[in-house]
Structures are given as structure tokens and as C-alpha cells.
Design a protein around this ligand. Structure first.
Ligand code: AMP
Ligand code: GLY
Length: 423
């Protein structure tokens, strides 16, 4: 069958890498894709926000499956567009409808959903611009640090963690006053949870689900988790504290109630659910939901799936995911991201990338922000390119990833050398 994958980052490169291994695939199209993905199929110059052009392309190229990488088109209703447009309703879509994507698109919806279904999460309240007084009052009932979240999508920038009540009060005023535009017209204030984070990924057809390998990502720019938040500087899978016992708690208290809750509320959800969890004294709690895979977690999760991903996708579309096999590679995988110096603030682009030919054949290179200029591969984003390596254990995978990532060079290259060392 022909598959169209939407997106252009490292996550989509990892999805394409896995899809391309499937015997069920005839042709893989990627919109817009990136230079690293070009060897896996055909990159087509379509914007992920242009639903009409994507729909027309699907009709013209006999696309049977649309796999949506990023959250924006899902939150904007691409699954609904395909469902309701003549000729496109036959195309299977991996990604929820707009109603389901609210798990990511609205923090307030996600928190209220968790409360309705008794899913463990931090205590919270939501306030809008008319409720500043009430918000300030709620803040004073909490202990520091204070967690403020813009309700809407903010490209990962909408969460503030403030050490003092004074700063929290000031930020709340600014957020409700329009700091993140419409996205912060409502603000969730929640209790701070102390623990280590872990990302758990599930694929669901709306009734059944399969739990995929878990991963931990490294969000801060600086080593030992200091500095600004980034899109993610590396990832590790499996996560040592995610033991069978812990994962059973995750399934019983979080995954199953979420999938059942969506079905009970009549929300059509076919696709990935990303559970951003935190381990609080041995108990898993939900920090956030996302309606798509994580980046750079996908760069370790896909290499650790040893089953056919397209078979799972077919199960999602057919509603018989319970009859499909999921299996994991027992090896550990570590991904290390190379970024542009200055990122996540200002940085320069267009530097030639060297050394790819020296990377070991066992290592997997995923492109995040690269471009081809005058026939040469150059940097074209904050996160540029990453390497995933396997090992018998985490230490071996880590060593391999660090050895290989150093072979790729460009001006102002930066990466974190401490990925995985906290585990
Ligand atoms: P989110 O966008 O909701 O994932 O939040 C971004 C990051 O903020 C998370 O990955 C956590 O590191 C942190 N965070 C969010 N909510 C909380 C919380 N209630 N307690 C502690 N840390 C949090
Ligand atoms: N790695 C976190 C995310 O994709 O949101």
C-alpha cells in the first residue's frame, strides 16, 4: 500500500525508517520530509497545514494510510477533514480527530479529563482573564515551586516553573494578559511534582491498545539539566526505573482508564497517545498528554520495535489492534542530538555538515534540521541531526552513541555529553 507521512523532523525520519522496512509498503511519500528521509521514499513539497493539497495528493497517488507526525495538523482537525471529505474517508489516518487531539491542544481539557477518570495527576485549577484574583488566591494555597501552564499549544514554551510566589504572581498576570496570545487566555495552575520523568507511548484503535517501548528524553540545553528547555537533546530506551511492576501500574491506572475514558466520552481516537509521566516515590503520575509521538523519543522507540509498524497501523484502522503482534528489541538504544550553537535562542544556519561517512554502519542517523545547498548538506535548524546506537545495555549504547555522534562535525556544533547518565 502507499503511505503518506506528514512532517519533517527527527521523529518523522525515525517513523519513515521503520515504515520503510515493512513488506506491506508499496510507496512511501513524505510531506515535506527532509534530506535524510529522501532515500526512504519520495519527499513532496506540501505544507502540513494545507489539508486541501494533502487530500488532493492522497487522491492522486492512491494513498491508503496517512501518518501524521506533528500535533498541529491534528489539533487543527486533519483527521476530521479526511473523514468528512468525499473520496478521502477511505484513507486510514494515524492520528486522532480534533476532539481527541484536545488531550494535547488544551491543558485544561486534559486535566479535567484526568479528573473525570480518576487518573493520577497534580492537583490544579484553571483561570481565565476575568479570574486573576481567584488565580492569585489559589497560588497562595500551594507550596513553591509554582507551575503555570498556558492552556493552548505553545510549541513547548507554555509551561513556567517559578521558585517564588512573587514571581508566580507576576507571571500569572502576564500570561492572562496575553503573553502567549490566545494560548494563554486560560492558565492552568498546578501543584509541583518532584520526581524523574518517563515517556510512555501507546498506539490505540479506540478500543484496544498496544504499549510501545518507553523512553526518557533530555529537555534542557545544559548538562545535568540546567538552562533553557529545548525540543529535546537526546533519549534513552528502556528506562531502568520503568520496571514490569511500575509499567503495570502505568497500564492499570493511566493507560487503560485513558483509552476507556476516550471511548466512554464518544471521542474517536485512532493513533498514538504520548503519556508524559513522572515517577513520584514509585507511583506514576501524568504530567501531560500528547496526541503524537515524542521527539527525540521516537528516535529510540522505533529502533526498539522489532515488529512490523505498518501491520500495527493496519490494526489501528481496522479496529483489530488486539489481534496484531507487538515485539521489542531487547537491546538498549540511546539517541544523542546535535544542535546549532545558541539554540534554543538565536543561532546561525547554513554550515556544511561533515563526517557522515565515518559514522559506524550500526549507528542510525536521523536528520532533524538539515537542508541541501549547492549539493552539500548544511545545518538548517536548531536541532540538526542525531545518532541512535544500540548496546547490550544502556552503558554500551551510550558509549557507541557518544563515539559516533562526535564524527559528525559542523561550525558551532553542540551536544550534551551527559545523556542517560542520571539513570
Ligand atoms: P509539559 O509541556 O506539560 O510537558 O511541561 C513541560 C515540562 O515542565 C515537563 O516535562 C516537566 O519537566 C515540567 N512540569 C510540568 N508540569 C509539572 C508539574 N506539575 N510538576 C513538576 N514539573 C512539571
Ligand atoms: N520530547 C518531548 C516531546 O516530543 O514533546
Amino acid at each position: 500500500m502507499n503511505i503518506l507521512l506528514l512532517g519533517s523532523g527527527g521523529r518523522e525520519h525515525a517513523l519513515a525508517w521503520k515504515i520503510a522496512q515493512s513488506p506491506r509498503l508499496t510507496r512511501l511519500y513524505m510531506a515535506p520530509g527532509n534530506p535524510g528521509m529522501a532515500s526512504l521514499g519520495e519527499c513532496v513539497n506540501l505544507k502540513v497545514s494545507d489539508f486541501a493539497a494533502i487530500g488532493q495528493f492522497a487522491l492522486d497517488h492512491d494513498i491508503r494510510l496517512l501518518v501524521v507526525g506533528p500535533e498541529n495538523p491534528l489539533v487543527d482537525g486533519i483527521a476530521d477533514y479526511f473523514k468528512t471529505t468525499p473520496g478521502l474517508s477511505q484513507v486510514g489516518v494515524i492520528g486522532p480527530t480534533k476532539a481527541g487531539a484536545r488531550l494535547e491542544g488544551s491543558k485544561d481539557f486534559a486535566k479535567a479529563f484526568m479528573q473525570r477518570h480518576a487518573i493520577p495527576t497534580a492537583r490544579y485549577q484553571t483561570f481565565d482573564g476575568t479570574q486573576l484574583k481567584e488565580g492569585l488566591k489559589f497560588l497562595s494555597t500551594l507550596e513553591p515551586p509554582y507551575v503555570l501552564k498556558a492552556d493552548g499549544l505553545c510549541a513547548g514554551k507554555g509551561v513556567l516553573i517559578l521558585p517564588t510566589l512573587k514571581e508566580a504572581r507576576k507571571e500569572l498576570e502576564e500570561m492572562l494578559g496575553g503573553m502567549f496570545g490566545l494560548a494563554s487566555s486560560r492558565v492552568v495552575i498546578e501543584e509541583y511534582l518532584d520526581g524523574i520523568e518517563c515517556s510512555v507511548f501507546v498506539l490505540t484503535d479506540g478500543r484496544h491498545y498496544k504499549i510501545l517501548p518507553e523512553a526518557k528524553d533530555y529537555k534542557r540545553i545544559g548538562e545535568y539539566d540546567c538552562g533553557l528547555n529545548t525540543g529535546g537533546m537526546g533519549s534513552v530506551s528502556p528506562v531502568p526505573f520503568a520496571t514490569a511492576e511500575w509499567m503495570q501500574k502505568v497500564e492499570d491506572r493511566i493507560v487503560r482508564p485513558t483509552v476507556e475514558g476516550l471511548a466512554q466520552e464518544g471521542i474517536d481516537y485512532k493513533g498514538f497517545i504520548f503519556f508524559g509521566l513522572i515517577n513520584v516515590k514509585g507511583e506514576p503520575m501524568v504530567i501531560e498528554y500528547n496526541c503524537r509521538m515524542g521527539d527525540p523519543e521516537t528516535e529510540t522507540v522505533m529502533p526498539r520495535l522489532s515488529c512490523d509498524l505498518v501491520d500495527l497501523f493496519e490494526g489501528v484502522v481496522a479496529g483489530d489492534l488486539d489481534r496484531r503482534e507487538v515485539s521489542f528489541d531487547p537491546r538498549a538504544a540511546v539517541n544523542v542530538m546535535l544542535v546549532s550553537g545558541g539554540y534554543p535562542q538565536e543561532y546561525q544556519k547554513g554550515f556544511p555538515i561533515e563526517g557522515l561517512a565515518q559514522v559506524s554502519p550500526d549507528a542510525i542517523v536521523f536528520h532533524s534540521g538539515t537542508a541541501v545547498k549547492d549539493g552539500k548538506l548544511v545545518t538548517a535548524g536548531g536541532r540538526v541531526i542525531s545518532v541512535t546506537c544500540y548496546g547490550r545495555d544502556k552503558a554500551e549504547a551510550l558509549q557507541q552513541a557518544m563515539d559516533n555522534v562526535q564524527k559528525i562535525t559542523y561550525t558551532d556544533r553542540y551536544y550534551r555529553r551527559d545523556i542517560g547518565q542520571d539513570l
